[in-house]
Structure formats: structure tokens, C-alpha cells
Ligand binder design. Structure first.
Ligand code: CP3
Length: 351
């Protein structure tokens, strides 16, 4: 059966978020619109990354590329987690070395100086892109919105860019915890406004990227990340499922479930069977193929996919994904092979 043209394609992702039965396991890929796609690179030759994010027709076009090329079961809005920080008054440049904030935040005065803008006024292009996309996708697959979780956004804002350990933030957390908490507080409030505006514009699920929360001890996660994720989730109006992603989440699974997220998105360092055994409720799981597994020859990719599906023990309450974003030098055919293998191996012949 053709899983890409099946009428159920539109529903399998949202049903899996709610742990409802599905015709086969839904699959999408973090960073599925990006440099590994020649069609994306072609557009990027003409415009910068930020211009792409801020031009709704183009952002909508690149959002749809992987839906058609890979056959994934959800689209994710093309934007970046750092966009709202720019709206809060902290200018960011996307350079070849990654994002760079012009003035990283380090003092109480810096934190107090951050704006709390109305997202619709300051980031109109995001909501316009969402409206265009709902028209383009016409219910073929659902549209996922997203935001960075407060801790991860704080990492970038204090560090001024990417880092391996984010020690400037840890120094602030441990020397001036009140300043760190004030910053986390303000970002949380802005992210609630931002995600509610995305939902109003038409996204059908939201993912919170807490990519860097895995650098924290469980105790520090409890103080500096958990309460803010919880506050964001509690602040969401509208009934869309929330996916929570943390890279390096092994030590945090139980607390991630406590946040109230509907779906826990897991990196590749732990089996989904081991994650499932630690959960209290019937919470859906997303993941968790190692992104580097897409370097394997195609027939070996099938074996890895089968292993993830088997550990997830059935299609119900599982959304297949990578354990982190797709790597820029991934062969496109290997990503296609992964998507096809997920559908083929998980097909429920009774439905
Ligand atoms: O998933 C998607 O396809 C939707 C778009 C999306 C992007 N970034 C586009 C992007 C999403 C959901 C993100 C999230 C994001 N952005 C995260 C969390 C997920 C993760 O990967 O950990 C983080 C930490 C960022 C911040 C960020 N943006 C960094 C560190 C970089 C530079 C590194 C890199 O991969 O290039 C970016 C740039 C970025 N964001 C690109 C894309 C497609 C590459 C820009 C380009 O075209 O040159």
C-alpha cells in the first residue's frame, strides 16, 4: 500500500501524539528543511538565512520541500529558535561559525533592558508563513510550530553563540542565580505569547527545543529548566500537543514527563524501551535514530530503523525521528530510505 497517498497520512502524526492507534508509525526529521537538500541550497544561494526566515513565501516553500521529497508525515515551520530573542532586542547574526549575538546578556541591567514585545507586531512574518502553509498543505500533513525552551534560549543569549559547555551561563547561574532566574522568567513569558500566537495562526502541534538542557545535573535541571518548561506548557491556550526535546536526556526522563508534555523526544543514547520503563503515564515518545546512522549504506539503515521500531514496541504512541537534527552532509536518498523503511516495517495491515 502507498503510505504517502493514504488518506491516513494527514492524521497519523497527531494521533500518535495522543497515543491513538495509527495505520503506520508517523515520521518526520528534526531540521528536515536544510542544507542537505539541494533544493534548499538553491534558495540559500540567493538569500541569507535570516532573510529566508523573514520572507513568508520562501519560508513556506522550504517548509514544504521535505514533505514532497522525503514523504514525511508532518511539516515543521521554517524559522529559528533565536528569532524571538532578536525581537526582545538582542540582535543576532547567522555566520558560517553559527549564530552570534552582538551583545550577549551578562548583567542584571542587560536582563532588565530586554523587551517583552507583542509577537504579532514584531514577528509578523512567522504568522504569515503559518497562514500560507496551512493553505499550501491543505490538510495533507499537519504543521508543527516550535520555540526554544527557556533554558536553551538563555544558553545562547548569555554565551553569545554556540558553545560546548555554556560555562558563561553556568557561572551566572551559580554566582548570580537571581539574575539567571529573572532572565529565564522573561524568556518564558515571551515564549508563551509566541507559541499562543503560532497556535492562533494555525500550527497543529508545538515542539519545545530544550537542546542544551542535557548539560545540567538533574538537580540543576530541576531548578533552572524544569519550572520554566512547565510554565510555558501551563501557559498554552488551545489544544495542541506539546513535544519536548532534550539532547542528552537520559538523566532527565522522569522530570520531562512531569512537565506535562504530551510527547517526549529522545536522543539516540538510550533505547526507547528503557525510556518507556521509566514513565508513569502513557506518554508518547519521539525518536530516536542516531543522525549519523544515515551515513550507513541503505540496507543497514533498514536494520537500524527496525531496531528503533522494535524498541518502541508498536506504532501506538511513537513518532519516528532522529535523536537530533539531520546532518548537513546526509545523502538525501538515505533520508528517503529511512522514511520508507519506517512506513513499510510498521504498516498495520488491519487498518
Ligand atoms: O527543523 C526544521 O527544518 C525547521 C527549522 C529549524 C531551524 N533551526 C533552521 C535552521 C529549527 C526547528 C531550528 C531549531 C534550532 N535552531 C535549534 C534546536 C534544534 C537543534 O538543532 O539543536 C537550535 C539550537 C538552533 C540555533 C541554530 N540555528 C544554530 C546553532 C545554527 C547554526 C548551526 C547550523 O546548523 O547551521 C542555526 C542555523 C540554522 N537554523 C540553519 C537552519 C536550516 C542553517 C542555516 C543555513 O542555511 O545556513
Amino acid at each position: 500500500r502507498d503510505t504517502e497517498n493514504a488518506p491516513n497520512r494527514a492524521e497519523r502524526f497527531l494521533r500518535a501524539c495522543r497515543c491513538l492507534p495509527v495505520d503506520c508509525t508517523p515520521v518526520w526529521i528534526m531540521r528536515q528543511a536544510g542544507r542537505y537538500l539541494p533544493e534548499y541550497r538553491k534558495i540559500r544561494e540567493k538569500v541569507s538565512f535570516l532573510t529566508l526566515c523573514k520572507t513568508p513565501d520562501l519560508a513556506a516553500e522550504v517548509t514544504c520541500q521535505p514533505v514532497d521529497i522525503l514523504g514525511v508525515d508532518a511539516a515543521i515551520l521554517f524559522s529559528d529558535i533565536l528569532i524571538p530573542l532578536e525581537a526582545m532586542g538582542s540582535a543576532v547574526d547567522f555566520t558560517d561559525a553559527g549564530p552570534q549575538f552582538r551583545k550577549p546578556v551578562s548583567t542584571e541591567a542587560d536582563v532588565k533592558g530586554l523587551l517583552m514585545p507583542d509577537p504579532v507586531q514584531t514577528m509578523p512574518f512567522v504568522f504569515e508563513t503559518i497562514r500560507i502553509l496551512r493553505g499550501m498543505l491543505r490538510g495533507k500533513v499537519p504543521l508543527i510550530g516550535f520555540a526554544g525552551a527557556p533554558f536553551t534560549l538563555t544558553c545562547y543569549l548569555v554565551e553569545g553563540g554556540s558553545s560546548t559547555g555554556f560555562y558563561n551561563l553556568k557561572r551566572l547561574m551559580f554566582r548570580e542565580p537571581a539574575v539567571a532566574h529573572l532572565l529565564l522568567d522573561k524568556i518564558s513569558e515571551e515564549i508563551v505569547l509566541y507559541l499562543n500566537a503560532q497556535t492562533e495562526a494555525g500550527v497543529q502541534a508545538v515542539q519545545l527545543f530544550d537542546t542544551w538542557a542535557g548539560i545540567l545535573t538533574p538537580q540543576d535541571y530541576k531548578e533552572f529548566a524544569f519550572p520554566y518548561v512547565r510554565r510555558v506548557i501551563d501557559g498554552l491556550r488551545g489544544d495542541v500537543p506539546v513535544i519536548l526535546y532534550v539532547n542528552g536526556c537520559c538523566g532527565l526522563i522522569e522530570m520531562m514527563e512531569e512537565t506535562g508534555a504530551d510527547v517526549i523526544s529522545v536522543d539516540w543514547r538510550i533505547g526507547l524501551d528503557a525510556v518507556r520503563a521509566r514513565l508513569k503515564r502513557q506518554t508518547a515518545l519521539q525518536g530516536n535514530l542516531d543522525p549519523a546512522a544515515l551515513y550507513l549504506p541503505e540496507e543497514k539503515i533498514g536494520e537500524r530503523v527496525a531496531d528503533v521500531l522494535q524498541k518502541a514496541s508498536g506504532a501506538q504512541g511513537h513518532i519516528f525521528n532522529l535523536g537530533h537534527g539531520i546532518l548537513p552532509d546526509t545523502p538525501v536518498e538515505h533520508a528517503v530510505a529511512m522514511v520508507k523503511a519506517v512506513h513499510r516495517f510498521s504498516l498495520n495491515r488491519d487498518s
